[in-house]
Design a protein around this ligand. Sequence first.
Ligand code: GLN
Length: 266
Amino acid sequence: MIKDRKILVMVVAIAMLSSAILLSGCTEEKDENKIIVGTSADFPPFEYTDASGKIIGFDIELITMILESLNYTVEVKDIGFDSLIPSLQSDKIDVIAAGMTITEERDEVIDFSDPYYQADQSVLIKKGSGVEINASHDLENFTASIANLTIGAQTGTTGAGWIQENLIDTEMMDEENFKQYDLYLDAVADLDIGPDRLDAIILDLAVAQAFAENVNREVAYTIVTEENYGFGVKEGNTELVEKINAELEMIIGSDDWTALINKYFE
Ligand code: GLN
């Protein structure tokens, strides 16, 4: 009888202990294993929303594949491009997946993964709008030919930076003709209205091509900038960058990679 009670006490104690371990494991697991990915879902085919409002795209699938192989659960948050770096710095997100070009300036304030995509800038116009662009390979002729246009770009992007450096800082273009948008989608909406609103948009080539799937728009010029996209993590989070890079190395060139490229670029 005494022995039975002892066993009972022991069984209860073990049960309590293991449920306590289980519970604490659960809460820890929830925080540590969840990664919040920040994006700006106005950038097809890298990140955009499908008809149901779900955020999809090349970047989203790639980073999800990477993080899930690392046993993280992934939540995607849609944030304006210009707010992504501040959100990373204030721990509102853990990773940026937003077709973000690795630039020296950004690299000073956040850390980047290895590059996963190479990009150039381009000029998107409305077909039949009468906007004329000198598409010769001479960059100077081209730049001069667009200096009198109203040109848009998303705030904080390398496209906006290109306009600033090549047209505004050189005093070739009036600052009031440079329109900055929170979202590329809003710039495209203005382009569709026509030259009263906007003549041209400077943006990453693959994205311009995606917007030009609409027959009323066309890519008029490619500005070779040879940018590289990387995933961003908080400055100093070396552990996560290294893990992402190891996965990236395995994925690039694999069958999964080919499938992803075919799905979003062809
Ligand atoms: N690649 C460009 C940049 O990093 C544009 C990115 C974007 O608009 N999502 O600035």
